[in-house]
Design a protein around this ligand. Structure first.
Ligand code: GLU
Length: 548
């Protein structure tokens, strides 16, 4: 079995094969369906795919079996497995299970997600998690009993990419209150509902340079920004509905701690003071009942999430307002962009400037120890650990964010083109060779000589073969790209007589498809070549025969 191998790059090889079947119009017959290709990829040469093998392979891509986008597939799998005696799927049953979600599954297994090599990325995250876990400094907030009761050992990181790939490590299922992490969310909701212009009639956009709960307004008698208490209280007066929170979290856990709400209200003298000051300075829309707005503010602080569910909220921000796992548009692009800008400049209390400098990502922290971190267009992350540093940020959370950006080129101003030492998890590390064969053959197929020149210049092996032992010369000859054929022969000095897996040479291709100009080029070159270097050509052929 040519396809029998446990090679992780098999999918690419299968696709390489598909590529040639398709573009080379070889032995065409019937093109395999996406379902077939998926089956071969996962089956690795076996007749059947055991169910656990499928789910394991699925999880390796970062998808969860509980992903709402895979509902049909998982339901069909459950039903289908009951009809089997061995819990394994043959090609027919497999197709039946995957067909309703084939687009997402194909993307996943073709490594088309934003983090193609999700397993190795997750392993890096686990290392960063372990590293931060060692940190023991900081104080758990104790101004209310609901926060004081948390163990300082709690530590969790959860992430969700814009393609809905999930990874979690640590105490990611323990509920805690968003506290100030809710501030960017309600600001986003306010802008989504009313637009930027209206919201900023009431609130500024500038870092305050002052503690988050300072009783202070800017020169225009407005709160400095929506990430400090005064701004967030005014923001609260602009929003109405709460079902946004569930949508942001893709219907994962969102709760409410009534006890926290009561305690916040009882201990909230400063916030009341701010409320009265805002009222005096006419900071609210007309007709606002300030005390009920304060209640709503305390309630929003008391919304509970888990690290897991909050990572989906962060991912919705990373994904321009679309929830990655439900596909629902929750927030307008404008509201998300505003929110990320202000998180970037004002999200981390009096550490915001330094965080923007060192980490270069939008984030918002809260007094419960959460840090909602966004890697725009890539992923959302929630870090949670209750011990806080002097500025009120989670000690382990800050360590994790800093380490993440030292490892990966996620800083807003990291250069992505000439990446130096940092990892770029957005690129596929995997099998470079297979990728380069596909690029090479594609350029040959389309007749793109300038791409081929670039490849040759970057010392790519121009004689590379795909899974069917086809070379660029085969493909160019079959397509009748005379200039490509000449370039490959004369400039790259490729072997003019390679045999593919069916024994065909480029000459066979040119003859078969009636490209007389190519036939002439190949014949002339071959004559000259055998005259001058007959022995080498012969040797090439012999070597080739040995290989095949
Ligand atoms: N409930 C707290 C307050 O409004 C939130 C503090 C915070 O997370 O920054 O003072």
């Amino acid at each position: 079995g040519a396809l029998v191998t446990a090679n992780p790059s098999l999918w690419l090889r299968v696709w390489g094969c598909f590529f040639c079947l398709f573009f080379g119009r070889r032995k065409a017959g019937i093109l395999p369906s996406l379902e077939d290709l998926l089956f071969y990829t996962i089956a690795e040469g076996q007749e059947k795919i055991p169910a656990h093998k499928f789910t394991t392979a699925l999880k390796a891509t970062g998808l969860r079996t509980g992903d709402p986008r895979l509902k049909e597939c998982m339901e069909m799998l459950k039903v289908t497995l009951k009809t089997t005696s061995d819990g394994a799927l043959d090609r027919h049953l497999f197709k039946k299970c995957v067909q309703s979600n084939i687009v997402l599954l194909t993307q996943a297994f073709r490594k088309k997600f934003v983090i193609p090599d999700f397993q190795s990325f997750s392993a890096h995250i686990d290392e960063l998690y372990e590293n931060a876990k060692k940190m023991s400094g900081g104080q758990v907030a104790d101004y209310i009993p609901q926060l004081a009761r948390f163990s300082p050992d709690l530590w969790a990181v959860a992430l969700c990419t814009v393609d809905g790939q999930r990874h979690t490590v640590g105490d990611t299922k323990v509920p805690f209150c968003l506290q100030s992490c809710v501030k960017p969310l309600k600001y986003a909701i306010a802008v989504h509902d009313h637009g930027t212009e209206y919201v900023h009639r009431f609130i500024g956009k500038e870092p305050s340079g002052l503690r988050f709960n300072k009783l202070f307004l800017n020169e225009d008698d407005k709160p400095h920004n929506p990430m400090v208490n005064a701004g967030a209280i005014v923001c609260t007066s602009l929003i109405k509905v709460m079902n946004f929170m569930n949508k942001l979290a893709g219907n994962e856990y969102v709760g409410f701690s009534n006890a926290t709400f009561q305690s916040e209200r009882e201990s909230g003298d400063r916030n009341f003071a701010i409320g009265y000051y805002l009222k005096e300075k006419k900071c609210f829309p007309e007709g606002t009942d300030m005390t009920s707005i304060l209640d709503f503010y305390f309630q929003l602080c008391s919304i509970e999430v888990t690290c897991e569910s909050a990572s989906v909220m962060a991912a919705t921000l990373a994904n321009g307002g679309f929830c990655p796992i439900t596909g629902e548009r929750v927030l307008s692009p404008e509201s998300v962009r505003n929110t990320l800008s202000l998180m970037h400049s004002c999200g981390m209390y009096d550490f915001s400037g330094q965080f923007a400098f060192h980490v270069g990502l939008p984030a918002k922290s809260g007094v419960a120890g959460g840090i909602l971190l966004v890697v725009p267009n890539v992923m959302g992350i929630m870090c949670w650990s209750p011990p806080l540093d002097k500025l009120g940020n989670s000690v382990r959370g800050i360590q994790f964010c800093t380490d993440l950006v030292s490892l990966c080129n996620f800083h807003n101003y990291d250069n992505l083109r000439h990446f130096a030492k940092k990892l770029d998890p957005r690129r596929e590390g995997g099998d470079q060779r297979v990728k380069s064969v596909i690029n090479l053959l594609f350029a040959a197929y389309t007749g793109d000589v300038s791409a081929l020149r670039r490849f040759a210049l970057s010392s790519m092996d121009m004689e590379q073969r795909d899974y069917d032992s086809r070379t660029a010369l085969h493909v160019a000859a079959a397509e009748g790209h005379a200039e490509v054929v000449r370039f490959l022969l004369e400039a790259c000095k490729v072997n003019p007589v390679p045999k593919d897996r069916w024994g065909n040479t480029p000459m066979d291709e040119a003859v078969h498809f009636g490209h007389h100009d190519v036939v002439t080029i190949l014949r002339d070159y071959h004559n000259q070549y055998t005259h001058q270097e007959g022995s080498t050509a012969k040797k090439n052929e012999e070597n080739l025969d040995g290989l095949l």
